[in-house]
Design a binder for this molecule. Structure first.
Ligand code: GA4
Length: 334
């Protein structure tokens, strides 16, 4: 395993490294689990979970709905867009000109938005809405369980202080389905636009960034493409596993742990895709007007507070005013 280096400046290279990413078996004994999760969050800000308990049919139904939607003609899909930020998006990411070789659906997780969105997204809105709600509920449970284990592992006195942020009915969590067409598929995407390449001629599906939220639960079909950056600047390709979830530490969890965990930069490369990659992500966030600040337990004379408190709405506004790959946390340094 690569030990994390605690240097404040990371020189990011384009070197990739075949490294086994941490895999956490959620059926293990609790005290052991919480230790392993804390260690994975510290070393990588990323891990894979197996035996998560989410029924296969919840995942398959969501995947089927995604496949059905993305197979529609472009003219129909575009009626659900543009994504500003919610709705159908094709190549455009966010509001400041970022682009990727993908199309996506971005939805707020509040049940009313899902039911309204379903009406314009799907031929059978009820079936689509149920699939999305079931997937979101399952992913939320996994995220809350992981946050409880994190709190235990960090010896935080209130075991629910992290999970409460994301389980509140007014949480601002979002759900996203990304569809990366195969490179040999002549799709609407590649007909009209040139591919997004970086300086190393990498075909960029989704550019390098960190997630602003607390935790992301990512599921995908059996097509790889995701890479994570180690804290000392290597890219690690993450082999796909449709039976697992991948957990991504977001900026907000970095703040809540006062920098003990760091959000992981990640990207999707579409260089070798022969079949379309589809990923489904639940971005667990706090309610808009709730404060994000280091947990008291994480602040000690040896580890003085490094972030100013901010509301989730303030952080989100900062994220949306910047480019995808920009770092944002420095704006909130104490
Ligand atoms: C990254 C994580 C989530 O996909 C997302 C993205 C959002 C968007 O696509 O609309 C952002 C991006 C994400 C971070 C910076 C801003 C906002 C695009 C962008 C340029 C939905 C999110 O919450 O932040």
């Amino acid at each position: 395993m690569v030990a994390s280096s605690q240097t404040s400046m990371t020189i990011r290279t384009n070197k990739t490294k075949a490294t086994r990413i941490p895999t956490i078996d959620l059926s293990m004994e609790r005290s052991e689990l919480s230790k392993l999760i804390v260690q994975a969050c510290e070393e990588y800000g990323f891990f894979k979970v197996v035996n998560h308990g989410v029924p296969k049919n919840v995942i398959l139904r969501m995947e089927e709905e995604g496949t059905e939607f993305f197979a529609k003609p472009s003219s129909e899909k575009c009626q659900v867009g543009p994504a500003t930020p919610f709705g159908y998006g094709c190549r455009n990411i966010g509001l400041n000109g970022d682009m990727g070789n993908l199309e996506y659906l971005l939805l707020h997780t509040n049940p009313l938005s899902i039911s309204q969105g379903s009406k314009i997204i799907a031929n059978d809105p009820n079936k689509f809405g149920c699939a999305v709600n079931d997937y979101i509920e399952a992913a939320k449970e996994v995220a809350a369980e992981i946050l409880d284990l994190v709190a235990e592992g960090l010896c935080v006195p209130d075991k629910f202080s992290l999970s409460n942020l994301i389980t509140d009915f007014s949480s601002d969590s979002v759900f996203r389905i990304n569809h990366y067409p195969s490179l040999n598929q002549k799709t609407e995407l590649s007909k009209h636009n040139s591919d997004q390449l970086d300086s190393n001629n990498n075909n960029i599906g989704f550019g390098e960034h960190s997630d602003p939220q607390i935790l992301t639960i990512l599921g995908s079909n059996n097509v790889s493409g995701l890479q994570i950056s180690t804290f000392n600047g290597f890219w690690i390709p993450v082999p796909s596993d449709p039976d697992a979830f991948f957990v991504i530490v977001g900026d907000s969890l970095q703040v809540l742990t006062n920098g003990r965990f760091r959000s992981v930069r990640h990207r999707v490369l579409t260089n070798t895709i022969v079949k379309a990659r589809m990923s489904m992500m639940y971005f667990a966030a706090a309610p808009l007007n709730w404060w994000i600040k280091p947990l008291p337990k994480m602040v000690t004379p040896k580890n003085p507070i490094i972030y100013k408190p901010f509301t989730w709405a303030q952080y989100k506004e900062a994220a949306y005013s910047l480019k995808l790959g920009d770092s944002r946390l420095h704006l909130f340094q104490a």
